[in-house]
Design a protein around this ligand. Structure first.
Ligand SMILES: [Zn+2]
Length: 379
C-alpha cells in the first residue's frame, strides 16, 4: 500500500510500504478520510513541541511512519479474537491506547497509564491507505455522520471534555477566547450544555460570523493592536457580566503569532476575564516557557484546568468520542462548516500537512482533509 513516510523534518513523502496485517485483537481499516492535526504538522516541520525529542531520536535511525490520528475508515478485516467489529463497519478510533496492565490502569486511572501508545506517533497512523488499531481503540460511527465529520471528531471530543472539566452549572457565563476550530466547537458545546451567556473573542470576520451562527450571545472583535485587544475583550466581558467576569473561560487562542495565534499572553487575559473563584480551561498548546499568571490566579482564586488532549497527550476516551459522534448525527453540533479545505488522494497528504501547519495564512479553519477512494456508504 501507499503511505506518508517522514525522511527528515519537513521531508514527508508518499511511497510504497508493506501492507499491514491485523494480529490478535486488532482491526485492519481502509482509511476513508484523514486530517493531519496542527501539532502533527508542527512536529513534522521539526518544531520543538510535544513529542519532538522522541521523533528526532527516531529520525536519527531512519525514515519514520508518522502522523494520522484523526481519521475515519471502513473495517477491511479483523484479527483473531475480535468480537465487536466486522468488515464493512464505519469506524474511527481514539488516539491514546493504554496498556491496561500498569498500576494506573489496574486502578481505573487509565488516563495516568505509564506505557501509553499513540496512533500516528508510537505506531503507524492513518496518513496511509490502511492502518491497524487494537479493537479497544475502535469507535463505531453512527448513521448520518459524513466521512468528513467523522474524521474531524477528535477536536469535538476535546471540546466536550474541556466543557465537562469546567463543570458548567446551569446559567453560568462561558467566555471562549479564540474563534478557531476549538473555539467554534466550544461555543456549540456550551450552548448545548447548561451555559447561560456564551461570549467569544476573535479576530477573523469569517470565523466571528460562524460564532454568531453557532449561537454565541456576545461576539467580541479583538482586532485592536497589541495589549489594547486584551483590554477590548476584558471591557466587553465586564460590560456583559456587571463587572464580575466570566464564570468559565475556555482559552483556545494562545500560541505562536507566526501561525496566526494570539501569542503567549492569553492565559493572563483568561485569568483577568474570569470572575473571582472562576475556572480557566487551558485548551491551547502554549510553549513550555510561557510565563504563567500564578499570582493573579491565586489572588483571585481562579482554578486553572487542563483537559486531556490529543497529539501525544491523552485523548478523551471512546465514550466521549461516541457522544461527540451522537451530537453530530443529531445535528446538535455542526462540524462540516469548519472544514474549509478538502483534497483527494493519498498523494495530497504532504501538501495538506504544509497548508495545515499554516492554516491562518491559507484561510483554513479545520485542518485540510484528504479523502481517499473508499466507499463510506452514505453522504
Ligand atoms: Zn497502563
Amino acid at each position: 500500500m501507499r503511505a506518508a513516510v517522514l525522511h527528515g523534518f519537513g521531508d514527508l513523502r508518499v511511497e510504497e510500504v508493506p501492507d499491514p496485517q491485523a494480529g490478535p485483537g486488532e482491526v485492519l481499516i481502509d482509511v476513508c478520510c484523514v486530517q493531519p492535526s496542527v501539532t502533527e504538522c508542527m512536529l513534522i516541520a521539526g518544531e520543538p513541541v510535544a513529542l519532538h525529542r522522541r521523533l528526532a531520536d527516531a529520525l536519527a535511525t531512519g525514515p519514520v511512519r508518522f502522523g494520522g490520528h484523526e481519521f475515519c475508515g471502513v473495517v477491511r478485516a479483523v484479527g483473531p479474537g475480535v468480537r465487536r467489529c466486522r468488515p464493512g463497519d464505519r469506524v474511527t478510533a481514539v488516539e491514546t491506547l493504554v496498556c491496561g496492565d500498569c498500576a494506573a490502569c489496574r486502578n481505573d486511572r487509565t488516563d495516568a497509564c505509564v506505557r501509553p501508545e499513540f496512533i500516528g506517533f508510537t505506531r503507524p497512523g492513518a496518513l496511509a491507505e490502511r492502518l491497524v488499531v487494537p479493537e479497544t481503540a475502535v469507535v463505531p460511527v453512527p448513521p448520518g455522520v459524513s466521512a468528513a465529520a467523522a474524521a474531524a471528531i477528535q477536536p469535538l471530543a476535546g471540546a466536550l471534555h474541556a466543557h465537562a472539566l469546567a463543570a458548567v452549572a446551569p446559567g453560568e457565563t462561558v467566555l471562549v477566547l479564540g474563534a478557531g476550530v476549538m473555539g467554534l466547537l466550544a461555543i456549540q458545546v456550551a450552548r448545548r450544555g447548561n451555559a447561560g451567556l456564551v461570549a467569544v473573542s476573535g479576530r477573523s470576520p469569517a470565523k466571528l460570523a460562524l460564532a454568531r451562527r453557532f449561537g454565541a450571545d456576545l461576539v467580541i472583535d479583538a482586532t485592536a493592536a497589541g495589549a489594547d485587544a486584551a483590554d477590548q475583550v476584558l471591557a466587553a466581558v465586564h460590560d456583559a457580566t456587571g463587572g464580575i467576569g466570566a464564570d468559565v473561560v475556555i482559552e483556545t487562542a494562545g500560541g505562536s503569532p507566526r501561525l496566526g495565534l494570539s501569542g503567549p499572553d492569553t492565559l493572563e487575559l483568561a485569568a483577568r476575564c474570569a470572575r473571582r473563584g472562576g475556572r480557566v480551561v487551558g485548551v491551547s498548546v502554549l510553549p513550555d516557557d510561557v510565563p504563567a499568571s500564578l499570582g493573579l490566579l491565586r489572588e483571585r482564586s481562579v482554578s486553572l484546568l487542563h483537559p486531556r488532549s490529543g497529539a501525544g497527550g491523552y485523548s478523551p476516551s471512546g465514550s466521549v468520542f461516541a457522544h461527540a459522534l451522537r451530537l453530530v448525527a443529531r445535528g446538535d453540533v455542526e462540524v462540516e462548516p469548519l472544514i474549509t479545505h478538502r483534497s483527494t488522494g493519498i498523494e495530497a497528504i504532504p501538501e495538506a500537512v504544509r497548508v495545515t501547519r499554516d492554516k491562518a495564512a491559507h484561510g483554513a479553519i479545520n485542518p485540510v482533509q484528504v479523502r481517499l477512494d473508499v466507499d463510506w456508504g452514505q453522504p
